[in-house]
Design a protein around this ligand. Sequence first.
Ligand code: ACO
Length: 360
Amino acid sequence: AMDSGVAKHPITNWEAYEIELQERIGIDQKLMTRITNQAKKDPKTVVFAEADHYKILKAAQIVKEQLIANPILLGNRARIAAIIEETNLDLHDCVIIDPYEEDEKREEFAQLLYKKRQRKGLTLFDSRRQMRDRNYFGAMMLETGEADALISGLTRDYSKTILPSLQIIGVEDGINKVAGMYIILNKKEPYFFADTTVNVNPTADELVDIIGLTARAVRFFDTEPRMAVLSYSNFGSVQGDIPNKGAEAVRKAKQRYPDLLIDGEMQANTAMNKNLLREHYPFSELAEKGANTLVFPTLTSGNIAYKLLQEIGGAEAIGPVLMGMRKPVHILQLGSSIREIVNMVSIAVVDAQNYNNKHI
Ligand code: ACO
């Protein structure tokens, strides 16, 4: 039998439970509501690279019903049809594209990819082979304007899923490295965490780039960033690679982005607790209000922090929001929930709506 990814438990009950839980613990959903409403004003075409999975199809149905996006489903046609049939999803008038059936399009895309990467060691043979991969095919649909945004991920790990997009879409002009951000919704104001997905051990200068990208992305969500660069030390209390790197990044960021409220290096509780800041570090620019945006010194710390909050913190993590790509691409984390996928689609649509002027 085909493993359609349909859970053994009645999924609808789990969805209701999830919503009830959010309400009970009182997570403030204003930011996401605003984004969803903005998406509905001008829905965009979103290609789902890994559509042969129940959760993606269910999310596609939701965004279609709610007029958030026009989904294009990419994947094995028979498999997608079987899941739709088996789970009674209402996706019958939705465009399904099976890259294996698209001989002409695959060849056109393979030639384009070959042109892009022939001086990066790619042969035409390998380019044709790669176009059978949905992540390459989907990225090429975005690149050629057949879709406005790409949502991928869910079944394979992040590093493998992001590579085709890095190779085909690439970074925006003037940006060196892309990075990933999470929005942490909780009872109070939203918090923003970066880099939680891409750069393993950024240098001080790379941290400055990440700070710039993150400031822009936080503003994209109509919030003014108050940013702290984190470490295990406070303002030089310990010397070491991580504290020194953070302090250097803050110094350089203050020069490069004079309008940005940023300080560090500091510990996470110092950043979040303005009383602590006022009592011990009253000189800090953050002492008035504390931070709402945390920049982590390494991927290890950022990734672990948001995952812990997601599991035990009474918070909802929205993301990962990929920052600095030339076009709207967002890569889901392995095993994202339907709700997380729907949220990412709304963000991708708003990202696509006005991409040349204001984006993530
Ligand atoms: N920003 C922009 N472009 C990049 C970046 C970046 N941060 N990193 C690599 N690239 C580009 C390279 O310039 C290169 O382009 P080119 O081939 O056109 O010259 C291309 O991507 C591939 O580069 P490689 O050197 O082959 O790839 P690399 O080994 O650097 O891998 C990757 C990049 C996959 C992003 C890597 O940094 C990585 O594995 N990061 C960690 C991802 C991860 O595991 N995250 C944790 C889980 S995420 C989660 O939990 C949701």
